[in-house]
Design a protein around this ligand. Structure first.
Ligand SMILES: Nc1ncnc2c1ncn2[C@@H]1O[C@H](COP(=O)(O)OP(=O)(O)OP(=O)(O)O)[C@@H](O)[C@H]1O
Ligand SMILES: [Mg+2]
Length: 335
């Protein structure tokens, strides 16, 4: 008789391994450049993880790959995306993505008008999504639409069914878009700079709402931001991306208290300090263009701590104490 096997640890909700996304590039010898380079992450149910990095680092294309919405000409060049119960997503055809999108994975954006149709009322769009994903119609769909708007704390939810996007404030539009994203009861929400266009007070309210939904619905959230300050309060783990690669991953608290990678430190140094007026200090230099990566470490040309070897040898992502990862030669050398 065989020994009873211990329960294997359940698979994470989302497992991404070595995901590569490529774009056409005249600078690359084979005409394509990788803008997301061997990106890996795990996301559990009910967990909120942040993906941060400067503009052009590949955050949005990573998220779009996870929901099968890469723009024309941009393609997955390798790697694996597995979603519990749905298998390997890189193998899906468009029909498969249509069934998955909204029902398992939903996305919200910086600009709600890219998700809301300006010619249709909020109620119509919610009811249409409820019909498609949950087969609700008529009064049942309208009741659920009101409940969803109440759930996202939309003021005067019942009346808002008849509103068009342009009749809502920025914060209300964001709430309507979140309600629409939740209508199909997804378990993974990709939030791409969802609060960047909002003023600070509304930004905090929308983040608090997303956090509440995470806890109450067990929603897994990938929160994308170029601003470490935004993710500080609400994420358990942070992935820092530079030139298409994860350069540091750490529990949020540790990352803010003791950033390991020089790029993370530079991002933190660039944050405005409360009470200190004056210009925001950016990181000198700019993110390399796709297909024009420097040899060695992609951050070396901007790194205050770079040594000669950094300009020759690409660093590996190595584990550090405390479940952290860092892609820096300085850490490769530590025992
Ligand atoms: N449709 C496209 N075709 C070709 N290149 C693209 C396309 N979209 C994005 N890129 C390039 O891919 C890289 C990553 O872009 P991406 O939009 O993912 O960055 P990001 O980190 O989301 O930046 P931001 O903070 O500005 O939103 C950039 O160099 C960008 O110029
Ligand atoms: Mg983006």
């Amino acid at each position: 008789m065989s020994q009873p096997q211990p329960n294997p640890s359940p698979a994470p909700l989302l497992a991404v391994d070595d995901l590569t996304v490529t774009v056409p590039s005249a600078a690359a010898p084979d005409g394509r450049a990788a803008v997301v380079r061997r990106f890996s992450m795990r996301l559990e149910r009910g967990e909120m993880v942040a993906l941060v990095g400067e503009s052009g680092c590949g955050k949005t294309l990573t998220a779009l790959a996870l929901i099968g919405l890469l723009p024309a000409g941009v393609a997955v060049g390798g790697g694996s995306i597995r979603l519990a119960g749905a298998g390997e997503l890189t193998a899906l055809d468009e029909g498969g993505w249509v069934r998955l999108r909204g029902a398992r994975v939903a996305m919200i954006f910086q600009e709600p008008l890219s998700a809301l149709n300006p010619r249709l009322t909020i109620g119509y769009q919610l009811c249409e999504t409820l019909r498609r994903h949950r087969r609700l119609r008529g009064a049942a769909a309208r009741r659920e639409a009101v409940r969803l708007l109440q759930r996202v704390a939309m003021p005067d939810a019942g009346r808002r069914l008849r509103s068009y996007a342009h009749q809502l404030s920025g914060g209300q539009r964001q709430r309507a878009m979140i309600a629409l994203a939740l209508a199909g009861e997804p378990d993974l929400l990709l939030a791409d700079e969802p609060t960047t266009a909002l003023d600070v007070t509304i930004q905090a309210q929308v983040l608090a709402l997303i956090d509440e939904l995470r806890r109450e619905l067990g929603l897994a959230v990938l929160l994308i931001s170029h601003d470490l300050g935004v993710v500080a309060g609400c994420c358990e783990r942070v992935l820092v991306m530079y030139a298409g690669q994860v350069v540091e991953e750490a529990p949020a608290e540790d990352l803010f208290r003791r950033p390991a990678h020089p790029y993370t430190r530079a991002l933190l140094d660039a944050l405005p300090v409360i009470g200190r007026r004056g210009e925001l200090r950016g990181i000198p230099g700019s993110v390399p263009q796709p297909g024009r990566l420097p040899p060695g470490c992609a951050f070396a040309p901007r790194c205050a701590e770079a040594v000669d070897r950094c300009r020759r040898q690409p660093p590996r992502l190595v584990p550090l104490a405390g479940g952290r990862l860092s892609r820096c030669l300085l850490h490769e050398e530590q025992p």
